[in-house]
Design a protein around this ligand. Sequence first.
Ligand SMILES: [Fe+2]
Length: 240
Amino acid sequence: MMNKSGQRIDFHSHILHRMDDGSLTPEMSLDMLREQMRQGVDHIVLTPHFYASSDYPEHFLTKRRQRLEELTANLTPGMPVLIPGAEVQYFDGITAMEELPQMRIGRSRCLLIEMPFLPWTGRMLDDILELTHRGQYRIILAHIERYLSYGNEPALRKLADSGVLMQANSASFQGIFRSRKMLRLLDDGLIHLLGSDCHNTAARPPNLETACSFIEKKRGADVLQNIMNRGLHLLNETTE
Ligand SMILES: [Fe+2]
């Protein structure tokens, strides 16, 4: 993947059909891709939910491969580059999961983790730090804005100081108070990547444009492009 200016990458999406609560059909996935193109998105990380409590890694990975093949067969020229990954829900025991490396995004070291929606315990933080220190992962926490109301901001800062990357959802840049809070996090260096977390074409459609235009307007095109370039750089940082 070339890293030329003006590229846009969506780091969090549920576009693969019949994987989770995201897209229902290949047709809906294609509609979502067309909408992404309209918003100038040229790279999309596919991050279906993986829940260790209700799925087996092998089953998930096989299904993901099949769904991606089905979708790829229907792509038309000029559609975004699709990179398979997962949104792995944190669980007690995640550090011992054998198949965890296979949940990384594309051929990179990036691993997107969804943290619990409650105040994080020391054990949770230790697990994330342990994975980070292994060197085989670039840990990215999904939609960080959703953990703040549980008093987790100090923990986020601690993790970011240790090299954990933070992904924010585009929708959080809507609304006066929420967007102000997000700008503060951005200014504090706590937002490294952006995602739409799109699930469908209706209630949770592709919306990366929301965050892109807001950040561009408030902080300038360079700040936005730095975020996009970071995403592309991370994907190019392969494990070999
Ligand atoms: Fe998600």
